[in-house]
Design a protein around this ligand. Structure first.
Ligand code: 13P
Ligand code: SF4
Length: 354
């Protein structure tokens, strides 16, 4: 829906008043009404890298979700303040791994006698606590655009990987990009004693996948792939690696949100694309590429926004910008020093991947 012109004007005025003091980052899943005010847009990796790109900006307004704002705080200087326009913009996947559960898992691995062989690799979509755990135990962070590089690195450091918290990204990368088999992977369920696994199963596994998932991407099914291929002959199916393994296995192309955009930019006129990722992005791409005679459709028949990404709307952005312009610091995301130092270690290992 078109943005309220009054709010658009208020956001513009407040942003102009702030000038170089504010730097607005927008994830690709954000609403159009918010994206129009972003100084940079990107996938999780690009935004983590770009967060520190403007050290002169006193405020970084992060239009995305909580774990992204935490990562921006970790990677920027103490004098830069990260603001999340709505504190309720979390991520249900990140919430699926708590610090207590992960500490308990490490005890399980220790008791099974394998902790020393295990390198943790944590998806960006995790809390700062989980990133700190990862850094402390010699591991790295990854995003959907560098998961293979992160796993290559991790398997140089140890024989096994504990992959947190997205089972699908972990499994898809291991099987699709690293040549492992499904049998090399086991699923650790934090709600069951010993993760629901025997010590023998843990010892035999190469990839220990945390039982987390994205409920938005979880809605795409093998049927949606078959249906769209029937409906649109010659269609290319392009999905995000947070989708289930069977969906990824049936797709033609797999990658991060930035990869999805780049792939469509490079696609020839007349080509047809079904995209398996969040709907704000797919709608924006459908509109943009219609002008170049590229047909872009949503992979599923039902609507699937990320409800927490959508919490950042124009009214929240206006409120945040106007507050900052009035000298009121609101909704600051600040990771405590101890957590920050270990989480930073893990994030910097990611940024140093080849
Ligand atoms: P990317 O933008 O890194 O592809 O991640 C998608 C996502 O789900 C972020 O929450
Ligand atoms: Fe989290 Fe999924 Fe939303 Fe991404 S799309 S922020 S993984 S719930």
């Amino acid at each position: 829906s078109p943005s309220d012109p009054d709010l658009v004007e208020r956001a513009r005025v407040a942003k102009e008043k702030l000038g170089d003091k504010v730097f607005v980052l927008g994830h690709h899943y954000q609403r159009d009404e918010v994206i129009q005010f972003a100084d940079v847009t990107g996938d999780s990796f690009k935004l983590a890298r770009d967060a520190a790109a403007k050290p002169e900006a006193e405020y970084i307004v992060f239009c995305g979700v909580h774990f992204m704002a935490e990562s921006a705080d970790i990677l920027t200087g103490d004098d830069q303040k990260v603001v999340l326009p709505d504190l309720a913009a979390g991520c249900s996947m990140a919430d699926m791994a708590t610090a207590e559960q992960v500490a308990e898992c490490w005890d399980v691995l220790t008791d099974a006698g394998i902790a020393e062989q295990v390198v943790p690799v944590s998806y960006m979509n995790s809390s700062a606590d989980i990133k700190a755990f990862t850094g402390k135990h010699g591991g790295t962070i990854c995003t959907s655009s560098n998961a293979k590089k992160a796993l290559d690195w991790a398997f140089e450091q140890g024989e096994k990987v504990l992959f947190l918290p997205d089972q699908h990204l972990g499994r898809n990368t291991a099987v699709r990009d690293m040549g492992m088999s499904l049998e090399d992977c086991v699923l650790y369920n934090p709600h069951k004693p010993n993760g629901g696994l025997t010590d023998e199963e843990l010892r035999a596994a190469k990839m220990i996948l945390w039982r987390g998932h994205c409920s938005v991407h979880g809605r795409f099914s093998l049927d949606s792939v078959h249906d769209v291929r029937e409906r649109i002959p010659g269609v290319n199916v392009l999905v995000h690696p947070e989708c289930k393994h069977e969906v990824v296995a049936a797709a033609d192309y797999v990658g991060s949100t930035e990869y999805i955009i780049k792939t469509l930019e490079a696609a020839p006129a007349g080509s047809k694309w079904a995209i398996g990722t969040e709907l704000n992005l797919v709608r924006r791409l459908a509109n943009r590429f219609a002008a170049e005679d590229k047909e872009v459709v949503f992979l599923d028949k039902t609507v699937c926004f990320c409800s927490t990404m959508n919490r950042i709307d124009l009214p929240h952005l206006v409120w945040a910008l106007e507050s900052l312009a009035d000298g009121k610091l609101v909704n600051r995301i600040q990771v405590d020093k101890e957590t920050e130092s270990f989480a930073k270690l893990a994030l910097e290992r990611m940024l140093a991947l080849p």
